[in-house]
Design a protein around this ligand. Structure first.
Ligand SMILES: [Zn+2]
Length: 310
């Protein structure tokens, strides 16, 4: 059993970018911890904590061990970075070193073997997503943990961007900018076939009711995905992509890999006191397993394909 920490910007990102991978790793018996930087709220009490509740539900569906909020507020995707809400810092404004130390402390405490983070532009340039890349990279360095970055092939977005805009499945995105989202195929080191976990991924997405019923710029896409028949969802969301800095192309998690017994190489001075740090709040203790033992057994023979890009 290995321990994998999936670091994300907002509740819902964990499903969209890595939901199938989390479900696969959990079904294989690994311990997956989801860490979200923000609570997904731009204004004080905007959703009254509901988005973190939805994350908890999604984490349970995906089979994650627990979900943790790193203690920041959503920065919003607009051109203006608003003042911080009372008592909480917007993640885009967070000190990278300080946030990285918090995450590195968690990586050390949990004896993490692998950190999933974001590509350098956070997929599409949202300031919180870019910050996830920076904080994730620095935390991995501090804790001495391997990092692999979730992304989307740029060529794929260039191909379907116009269609998504035409159908108004995404709004307030510009096609010329969309062509620069994600990473080029040549930089992608891991493609994970998650079609077997499509039902879990779709259910995880549906748990994010705030998104599904919102008027946000991806709400129509959310609704379309949640309502799409499984075979269609499998086509749309059946692959997840990662780029490993340095181009390493080994398996994401080797078969039979176990968590390191000793703490990571992070020095004590970088390790924040997690247990009494109110900003790192475990919002989800071991959730109810979504898969019954028989289902896990049935799926454990499936071999994931994590191959190098050509
Ligand atoms: Zn996000």
């Amino acid at each position: 059993m290995a321990t994998i920490v999936a670091f994300h910007a907002h509740p819902d990102d964990e499903v969209l970018l890595t939901g199938g991978t989390i479900a696969w790793l959990a079904a294989e018996g690994h311990r997956v911890i989801i860490v979200v930087a923000t609570n997904g709220e731009i204004w004080p009490d905007q959703h009254r904590g509901q988005r973190l509740d939805e994350l908890r539900a999604s984490a349970a569906i995906l089979g994650a061990y627990k979900a943790v909020h790193l203690g920041y507020a959503d920065s919003g995707a607009g051109p203006v970075l608003f003042e911080d809400p009372p008592g909480i810092t917007r993640f885009a404004r967070a000190d990278v070193e300080e946030a990285a130390r918090k995450l590195a402390g968690l990586l050390a405490d949990e004896h993490a073997d692998l950190l999933l983070s974001y590509d350098p532009q956070g997929g599409y340039g949202h300031p919180d997503h870019v910050q996830v890349h920076q904080v994730g990279a620095q935390a991995a360095r501090l804790a001495g943990v391997r990092v692999v970055e979730a992304t989307v092939p740029r060529e794929l977005i260039a191909r379907f961007g116009r269609l998504l805009l035409m159908l108004r499945l995404v709004t307030r995105h510009r096609l010329d900018r969309m062509r620069g989202y994600g990473m080029p195929q040549s930089a992608i080191t891991h493609r994970v076939d998650v079609r077997r976990y499509a039902a879990q991924k779709r259910a995880g997405l549906a748990a994010h009711k705030t998104d599904v019923f919102s008027r946000g710029r991806t709400a129509r896409l959310f609704r379309a995905l949640v309502r799409s028949p499984l075979p269609m969802f499998r086509i749309a969301c059946g692959t997840e992509w990662f780029a490993e800095p340095g181009g390493r192309t080994g398996e994401l998690v080797a078969r039979g890999q176990t968590t390191r017994a000793s703490p990571t190489g992070i020095s004590a001075q970088h390790q924040p006191p997690l247990t009494n740090n109110p900003q790192v709040s475990a919002i989800c203790q071991p959730p109810t397993p979504y898969l019954g033992p028989s289902q896990v057994k049935a799926r454990s023979s499936w071999v994931s394909v994590n191959v190098a890009a050509r």
